[in-house]
Design a protein. Structure first.
Length: 199
């Protein structure tokens, strides 16, 4: 009898493992927020949650291996992630909470990949803007679930997500619109710059 019970248990174990792999990175029995409960009920959102958990772990690994300031960088990354979770959980206020949660995950994945260079960029382009070689923007394009960009301008590093066929929206009103070897961008005070690829 004991042998038969053990056999039945072994048969059931793979099914349980597959079920766990289909769920999110957290324990759904402990889901507290509306967003977490939604993620537990939607396989597509659960998949995004697992992906983001892996991206976050990779970003933590990157900052832990920094030559200087690793502890401060890790604390900052974890604090930002906690803030992001609070923002995601505010999606219960949205007209379409599912679409809101999905958008939050897609933006955050792109941000982590671009900010911490977790993947090899599809392309790297230096742009000269308004005819001034010193007025340069460097973009790194990434093939994340929602395509993303890393933008380097002066001493500023920002990240953005593709919002239509050619435009990437970053933070604080920054954006860049790429059309082959030309681009339009706004990095400060809403001023739009005309840029050409320098490489």
């Amino acid at each position: 009898m004991r042998t038969r019970s053990l056999f039945v248990l072994l048969l059931l174990m793979p099914c349980g493992a597959v079920g766990a792999q289909d769920g999110p990175s957290f324990d759904c029995a402990k889901a507290g927020s509306t967003a977490e409960k939604l993620i537990c009920s939607e396989p597509g959102l659960a998949k995004l949650d697992r992906l983001l958990a892996a991206r976050f772990a990779a970003a933590v690994d990157v900052v832990k291996h920094l030559d200087a300031g690793a502890k401060d960088a890790e604390r900052e990354l974890r604090a930002y992630q906690r803030g992001w979770v609070k923002g995601r959980d505010d999606c219960w206020k949205a007209d379409d909470p599912k679409a809101c949660v999905e958008a939050e995950y897609l933006r955050r994945e792109g941000d982590l990949v671009a900010r911490y260079m977790l993947d090899k960029p599809q392309s790297v382009t230096a742009w000269q803007c308004d005819g001034n070689p010193a007025n340069e923007i460097v973009t790194y394009l990434f093939d994340t679930t929602q395509p993303s960009v890393r933008i380097e301008y002066g001493d500023t590093i920002d990240t953005g997500s593709l919002t239509d066929a050619a435009r990437y929206d970053a933070s604080f009103g920054r954006w860049i619109e790429i059309d082959g070897k030309t681009a339009r961008a706004s990095m400060t005070d809403g001023t739009v710059m005309e840029c050409v690829a320098a490489n």
